[in-house]
Design a protein around this ligand. Structure first.
Ligand code: ADP
Ligand code: GLC
Length: 474
């Protein structure tokens, strides 16, 4: 039974750009039955401040990285939160990381350093009555916590979770002063990384334990291909690195009770949702599988591979409905595909409700990511009997059982995996999907297997619970 301060840049339902928010938002409730008390520390973006109920001031600073700041303790949408209110850092139009024009905020290093500095103040008992026994930080935005803990003379252990190693939070050494970092610690053992300040490295070096969001990604991170420059650092810290796969909120993602859909208990019940989804995307009836993709549109997600492989699906009577937003070039490319094919429908934007209706109505969900630390949409797919077709990498490797002849013979298959990660192999997987779809009994058996998979937080919450207990006993 531990008191944990979770430090992150986003948390559902207050602010979300990706799966990180889902995980940070779900963990406190998942840990509660195990007796752990988790309070979540977040930046006070306008969207977050606006949702706080009955907040109390826990601390106040005249100069919090360039302006006044306050720490607010509040309940918000079921979460117990501490929010850093600092207008000069967080009160602006745009996203948590990007300007309305899509550029990184130039002061992102200071904005998230302030969050980490406040975490250390809380741990040192200088911000209200509540003091954590463990700090659990997520991604580079929480990476500087151990530096400020040392500066504050505070020995609270730090657990660091890597959701995506691609973002390092690097900044030139000249910013050391504005980041309030101790210059004597600007060494390879702490936060120095190839002559720069690296928040991610600071977190990796200062953590008692490092986790990432699947076991396969924990292994991949040690390789040059996936470690993206941090593989050497991680190999040095291999002894404290482990993988804990993400769960999903099975209350929110439940085909039997989902208010967005026509609820169903068995794959048969998907038919009505499929008709509705076709209507929503203006797709005609078809003989092949209706596939969906719900994602940020970035290089990571392999959207270009899908566009190249798409004829292999369309030629067999298959269809694609895609929901996403991000890289303007990818947005244009998927729009072009929809304009060129009657069996392709595209929605550019972010739409939670639509993502539920898509999961309910589709036969398959495509996740052709070049790398994927965990991935959540394949888990939603499993729960809704929407078979995942995924690249064999990271969490996609760990959560889907490929329809190999052996898995089909034992009736355990839940989806399809392809490797190597290229358009040709994805095309082959789409062909196999069409073959399976043409055998309704086998397809329905796979859907039933998928719906039975344990995709909730149960086992993983226990793993975090044990980890906190371990770091506390040293
Ligand atoms: P990542 O965190 O790398 O974006 P994940 O699969 O872990 O990938 O999480 C993505 C989350 O964001 C999922 O909950 C997914 O449903 C959601 N999501 C992504 N894009 C959209 C969108 N355009 N509309 C609705 N939900 C989206
Ligand atoms: C990152 C990863 C994704 C993972 C999510 C939550 O955004 O890209 O694979 O599911 O974090 O851990």
């Amino acid at each position: 039974m531990s008191r944990i301060l979770s430090v992150a840049s986003e948390a559902v339902p207050l602010v979300k750009t990706g799966g990180l928010a889902d995980v940070v938002g779900a963990l406190p409730e998942a840990l509660q039955p195990l007796g752990d008390e988790m309070v979540t520390l977040l930046p006070g973006y306008p969207g977050v401040i606006g949702k706080l109920k009955k907040s109390e001031e826990a601390a106040r600073w005249d100069d919090l990285f360039g302006g006044p700041g306050r720490l607010l303790r509040a309940k918000a949408a079921g979460l117990d939160v501490l929010v850093v209110e600092a207008a000069h850092l967080y009160e602006r139009e745009g996203g948590p990381y990007l300007t309305p024009q899509g550029q990184d905020w130039p002061d992102n290093p200071e904005r998230f350093a302030a969050l980490c500095w406040v975490a250390a103040e809380i741990a040192a008992g200088r911000a209200g009555g509540w003091v954590p026994e463990v700090i659990h930080g997520h991604d580079w935005q929480a990476g500087l916590v151990p530096e400020y803990l040392v500066a504050a003379g505070c020995r609270v252990p730090f657990v660091f979770t890597v959701h995506n190693i691609a973002f390092h939070g690097n900044v030139e050494a000249a910013r050391m002063g504005s980041l309030r970092l101790d210059s004597w610690r600007f060494t390879p053992d702490h936060y120095e990384f190839w002559g720069q300040i690296s928040a991610l490295k600071a977190g990796l070096m200062g953590a008692s334990r490092i986790t990432t969001v699947s076991q396969t990604y924990a292994q991949e991170l040690l390789t040059e291909e996936f470690g993206i420059g941090m593989d050497g650092v991680l190999r040095g810290r291999q002894a404290v690195l482990s993988g804990i796969v993400n769960g999903i909120d099975t209350g929110v993602w439940n085909p039997e009770t989902d208010p967005e859909i026509k609820p169903y208990k068995t794959p048969k019940g998907k038919a009505a949702n499929k008709a509705a989804l076709r209507a929503e995307f203006d797709l005609p009836d078809a003989t092949g599988p209706l596939c969906i993709l719900v994602s940020r549109l970035t290089q990571q997600k392999g959207i270009d591979l899908l566009l190249e492989a798409l004829p292999r699906l369309l030629d067999r009577g298959g269809q694609l409905a895609l929901l996403g937003s991000g890289d303007p070039a990818l947005e244009a490319a998927v729009r072009d595909a929809a304009a060129a094919h009657v069996n392709v429908g595209v929605r550019i934007g972010y739409d939670e409700g639509l993502s539920h209706r898509m999961m309910a109505g589709a036969d398959a969900i495509l996740v052709p990511s070049r790398f994927e630390p965990c991935g959540l949409t394949q888990l939603y797919g499993l729960r809704y009997g929407t078979l995942p077709v995924v690249a064999l990498t990271g969490g996609l490797a760990d959560t889907v059982i490929n329809a190999s002849p052996a898995a089909l013979a034992r009736n355990v298959a839940t989806g399809l995996q392809f490797f190597p990660i290229n358009a040709h192999a994805l095309g082959n997987a789409l062909s196999r999907l069409c073959d399976l779809y043409a055998q309704p009994k086998i397809f329905a058996a796979m859907q039933r297997n998928a719906m039975k998979q344990p995709v909730g937080w149960g086992t993983s919450a226990e793993a975090y619970h044990s980890l906190y207990a371990d770091v506390l006993t040293g």
